[in-house]
Design a protein around this ligand. Structure first.
Ligand SMILES: [Zn+2]
Length: 121
């Protein structure tokens, strides 16, 4: 009788909360197709996850084209984009909304000048 126990590793991944829909540039292929993913590796026994290998998981920037993965901590530009998203209430920052409001227009600088009356006769 031979019993085979299969041990392995399974990884659960999901988009990082606060960075859903955020696309950033891949530093490997240069495409703007990388997204921020939270990964939780688990130790599996007979294909059943029984033990988390990482308590907090890993936060990576993973490209959907070439599958290149980079730790989120190494991507300061992505962290900055996430900070801007949180400032905007979870929305992507809007760009080119128009010039900022300037001083009011149409102020002539003083009361109108009186014209001298011309009298004939
Ligand atoms: Zn790539």
């Amino acid at each position: 009788m031979c019993i085979v126990f299969t041990c392995g590793q399974h990884e659960f991944s999901s988009q990082l909360q606060g960075a859903e829909g955020l696309l950033c540039q891949c530093h490997n292929c240069g495409n703007w197709s990388a997204s921020v993913v939270k990964r939780h590796p688990w130790f599996t026994f007979c294909f059943v996850p029984v033990l988390p290998l990482s308590i907090h998981g890993y936060e990576d920037v993973i490209c959907s084209i070439c599958n290149f993965a980079q730790p989120l901590a190494n991507r300061g530009d992505v962290l900055e984009q996430m900070r801007l998203m949180q400032q905007n209430g979870g929305a992507l920052p809007l760009q080119n909304r128009g010039p900022p409001p300037g001083p009011p227009q149409g102020w002539g600088g003083g009361p109108p000048k009186e014209q001298p009356h011309m009298q004939y006769g």
